[in-house]
Design a protein around this ligand. Sequence first.
Ligand code: HXC
Length: 257
Amino acid sequence: MAYETILVETRERVGLITLNRPKALNALNSQVLEEVVGALEAFDENPRIGAIVITGSEKAFAAGADIKEMASKSYVDAYMEDLFAGWDGLTRVRKPIIAAVAGYALGGGCELAMMCDFIIAAENAKFGQPEITLGVMPGMGGSQRLTRFVGKSKAMDMCLTGRFMDAGEAERSGLVSRVVPPGELIEEALKAADTIAGFSLPAVMMTKEAVNRSYETTLAEGLRFERRVFHAMFALDDQKEGMAAFTEKRSANFKNR
Ligand code: HXC
C-alpha cells in the first residue's frame, strides 16, 4: 500500500512507522489515522514481524489532532463520524508497539504515545494535554490513560492548566520507561523492539495481554488471568526450549518467532 503521511519500513523482525507530516508537526488528521492503523494491522498479520516502533521527527512526535481539520465540525459531525474512535484499532494490535518520542507529544500525540505499550523518550520530549487552551478536553483517551500513568494530581494539573511535562518529569512520573539523548532514540527503540522480536512470539503476545489486563480488571481477576495464561504457556515448544537452553547453558532458539 502507498502511504502519504507515514513512512513504513521493516528492520529484520521489527516494523517501523514514522509519522511524516513535517509541515504540520505530524498533526494527526483522518488520513494519518487510517494509514497508521492500516500499517499496524499489516504488521500484526505479518508472521515475520515480532514488534513495532512508532516514531515522529526530532521536533515533533505529533503536535496533536489536526486542529485545522476539526475546527469547523459540528457536534453532529463529531458524533456521526465517531471522531477519533478509529484510533481504538491501535489498541487491538496484539504485537508490542513502542512509541519513540522526540519533541512535542501534545494532545492526540501524547494520547497516541500512551496507546502504545511503552514510551521511550528523547531528552527533548515534551508531553502535554493542551486541549483546554482550545476550549475542549482530551478526546483520544488522555483524561483516562494519563491519569492511570501519572496519577490524579499530575493528570489534573496537565489537563486543566495545559502545561507541558519534560522528559525528566515524564520519566519520574512513570509516563515513559526510559530517556535517551535525541540522537540515540531510534537506535534505542529499535534495539528494544529487536530484543522483544527475538523472544517467543506467543509468549510475548500473552505477556502483553496480561499486562494490559491489569488496566481492565480487579487485582483478583487479573491474578487469576495471569495464572491461567502462565499455565497455558507450558503447552508452548518455546517453553521447553527456553528452559532446556537455560539448563544446558546455551542461548535459546525459539521456534515461534
Ligand atoms: C494542525 C498544527 C498543529 C495541530 C502545529 N500545527 N500543531 N496544525 N493541528 N495540532 C501546524 C501549525 O499550524 C504550523 O502550520 C506548523 O504546524 C508549525 O507549527 P508552529 O506553531 O509554527 O510551530 P512552533 O512555533 O514551533 O510551535 C510548536 C507548538 C505549536 C507549540 C507544538 O504548534 C502548538 O501549540 N500546536 C498545537 C498543540 C495543541 O494544541 N495540540 C492539541 C490539539 S487537540 P502553518 O501552516 O501555520 O505553518 C488534540 C486533542 C483532540 O490533539 C481531542 C479534543 C478535541
